[in-house]
Design a protein around this ligand. Structure first.
Ligand code: HPA
Length: 275
């Protein structure tokens, strides 16, 4: 487990490293499991690539499908920073580590965060390959930054519950056509790393959740606390545990995400250009 407090000197060093290549970041995009193709496309189009290992304090990704690099856009995507891969709490990271990249981009001027994930579909009618725009969330995991409980910013955390998921961005995202089916619903963050027990999925369904994953909320909260507008996107990669006869595994998650990457990237970049 990482220890508290997180040295902020690391953040400053990482901010300096990025700033020397891109003075300001306007839009940050966190790409979840198997959704890294957007970063690859930017990298192939004169984007600048910084491996996480070159950013002081940045936690290193371990999970398959999480490349571990920051890609900075150029041309039309100037000011757009893509994080290809993230770390999870089940890898042993404390919240301050999970939010490191988000806090770094916030210091670089980020105004909009698009945070994506792979998720299991709970709602009937959600199929692998669909997208879900997040308009609410549910979690029992530790997702708050340590200082939020005691500082006045704690108030902000309470109030972001109402507006964490920007209705402006939800409207914009849902107005853009896509070959993919786009739903809107509530995301449950579970601690992982195991997939849920069927009974947990029944509970989450009863609580009004439409999709389930193991990430996203810490980054979204950290961004919202800093006044950044947040859009959350789940790629439904599988039917949640117990809702089909298939046993679940990570390769199914990566394969499904990979199968929609062309449409997802196309839709995502059309969205970013409208921000
Ligand atoms: N549960 C939790 N996390 C996930 C799932 C799931 O079914 N699919 C992809 N990430």
């Amino acid at each position: 487990m990482a220890t508290y407090p997180m040295p902020d000197s690391d953040i400053s060093l990482s901010v300096q490293a990025v700033r020397s290549l891109m003075p300001e970041v306007h839009v940050g995009i966190i790409l979840g499991s198997g959704l890294g193709a957007a970063a690859q496309q930017v990298a192939d189009n004169q984007g600048l690539v910084i491996p996480y290992s070159e950013l002081p304090g940045m936690p290193q990704t371990q999970v398959a499908g999480h490349e571990g690099r920051l890609v900075l856009g150029s041309g039309e995507l100037q000011g757009v920073a893509l994080l290809q891969g993230r770390v999870h709490s089940y890898e042993g990271h404390a919240v301050d580590r999970l939010t490191f990249a988000t806090r770094m981009l916030a210091e670089l001027g980020m105004q909009t965060l698009i945070v994506s994930n792979a998720a299991g579909g709970i709602q009937a009618g959600y199929s692998p390959g669909d997208l879900m725009l997040i308009d609410g969330h549910w979690t029992l995991c530790d997702v708050q930054e340590r200082d939020s409980a005691k500082s006045s910013l704690g108030k902000t955390v309470n109030s972001v519950g109402r507006c964490l998921w920007s209705s402006r961005l939800l409207q914009l995202a849902s107005s853009l056509p896509s070959a993919l089916k786009i739903h809107q619903g509530c995301y449950a963050m579970m601690s992982g790393p195991n997939y849920e027990a069927p009974a947990e999925i029944r509970m989450l369904r009863g609580l009004g959740c439409q999709a389930v994953g193991m990430s996203t909320i810490p980054e979204a909260l950290a961004a919202a606390r800093r006044g950044i507008e947040v859009l959350g996107i789940s790629c439904i990669t599988n039917v949640a545990a117990g809702l089909s006869d298939q046993p679940l595994d990570h390769s199914e998650v990566s394969e499904t995400a990979g199968s929609v990457e062309t449409e997802f990237v196309d839709w995502l970049f059309r969205l970013v250009k409208r921000l």
